[in-house]
Write a protein that binds this ligand. Structure first.
Ligand code: NDP
Ligand code: MG
Length: 380
């Protein structure tokens, strides 16, 4: 069980819930970071009294310094600030709930400081999975998944042998546009895509859920977390989000993990594993949840899932290029700068243009990210 944590991205959907979980469990919080929401960060700092906090810019850090004067909290900014938050000496675990590749460098810093990771920021593994997993092994840092699907698989794998796994089956809700054909998605607006049926999440992941890129990112995340070949990872649409994912074994047994769709459950487990702790979170009532149904994902209407499988098979720097194209395209879509259906078109173009580096180092990953974003800018 974690005793003292830091949270990167504490003002986001996962960050706020992680603080709730920490409060329930009596876990001390020694570091917090946010990008621009300093009102909430100030409130969190007053409540949890961390040693270090960090914001996106020097200007915001100065403002917070005035407001929190006299509390003895060190207030930093930028990437170096996040790295300090990731490395606070007294913490044992770091919750990584920054959105996007911005989470990569501070997560690596936490690992290099031997922290266990409660990993929400899937883009870290999508862009630099092999580097991150190697560093975690070298530094004896455990990575506990927060993503509900991976938390489910982690639990279903527990106590079994890797060679006995036939396949991982990731479930997907299908998002707000499930059942719609590609032509009908041409004119949907960001506001429509932001209405997720089962989960309340940050804007970027909510759009990723509508395009099914979220599931694509999760397939890549699963490859790295569980050391699984791409052809052993399947996706099935399960609109009720009750079964969070499954593992099929060679003997025909299928293990599933079920629960009410509440992210606090996997966040808590990532901080208590292998122990469990009681709580008053929402609970699953099988007699009330209705029928559980399953469908094949529609790769024609939602090409992002197929693109992610392609990027994974291609390997090297390709997933980083795909991820950057997606982050840039989703950013544009959220400002109504492109159509919903342009998102996969842009990602596919970037993947076609990208010459893969088969064994990228961290600098190559960052350069690929920069190149892909610039190239998206040039396309639009
Ligand atoms: P949010 O957008 O709600 O929160 C993002 C957090 O990161 C905020 O604290 C934000 O600060 C901070 N942040 C954003 N951009 C930067 C940046 N460039 N540099 C530093 N900090 C930054 O996202 P979510 O909580 O929804 O998601 C976080 C991660 O968890 C994502 O990778 C997502 O895929 C993953 N995840 C989320 C789930 C969910 O239910 N929400 C489920 C499974 C995984 P500020 O508030 O100041 O902008
Ligand atoms: Mg998920």
């Amino acid at each position: 069980m974690a005793k003292n944590i830091a949270i990167l991205g504490s003002t986001g959907s996962i960050g706020v819930q992680a603080l709730d979980v920490a409060k329930n469990l009596g876990i001390k919080v020694s570091g917090l970071s946010a990008n621009s929401n300093i009102e909430l960060l100030e409130k969190q700092a007053r409540e949890f009294n961390p040693r270090i906090i960090s914001t996106g810019t020097r200007e915001l850090a100065d403002k917070l310094n005035e407001k929190l004067d006299g509390l003895g909290i060190e207030i930093l900014f930028g990437i170096d600030g996040m790295k300090k938050v990731a490395a606070v000496p007294e913490t044992d675990s770091v919750v990584t709930s920054v959105v996007g590749i911005a989470g990569l460098i501070p997560t690596l810093e936490a690992i290099r400081n031997h922290k266990n990771i409660a990993l929400a920021n899937k883009e870290t593994l999508v862009t630099a999975g092999s580097i991150v997993i190697e560093e975690a092994k070298r530094n004896n840092a455990a990575i506990f998944p927060v993503d509900s699907e991976h938390s489910a698989i982690y639990q279903c794998l527990n106590g079994n042998r890797h060679q006995d796994v036939k396949q991982l089956i990731l479930t997907a809700s299908g998002g707000p546009f499930r059942g719609r054909r590609r032509e009908s998605l041409e004119n949907v607006k960001a506001a429509d895509a932001l209405k997720h049926p089962n989960w309340k999440m940050g804007n970027k992941i909510t759009i990723d859920s509508a395009t099914l890129m979220n599931k694509g990112l999760e397939v890549i995340e699963a490859k790295w977390l569980f050391n699984m070949e791409p052809d052993k990872i399947k996706v099935v649409i399960h609109p009720q989000s009750i079964i969070h994912s499954m593992v099929e074994y060679i003997d025909g047994s299928v293990m599933a993990q079920l629960g009410s769709p509440d992210m606090k459950i996997p966040i808590q487990l990532a901080l208590t594993f292998p122990e469990r702790a009681g709580n008053d979170f929402s609970r699953l009532d099988l007699l009330k949840c209705g029928a559980l149904t399953f469908e094949v994902p529609d790769m024609e209407a939602f090409p992002c899932l197929g693109l992610a499988f392609e990027a994974l098979k291609e390997g090297g720097s390709m997933p980083a290029a795909m991820n950057a194209a997606n982050e840039a395209a989703v950013g544009l879509f959220l400002k109504d700068g492109i159509r919903f259906t342009d998102i996969p078109r842009i990602i596919e173009k970037i993947m076609q243009k990208h010459s893969v580096n088969t064994k990228p180092g961290l600098d190559d990953i960052i350069e690929t990210d920069r190149w892909a974003r610039n190239t998206v800018g040039g396309l639009v």
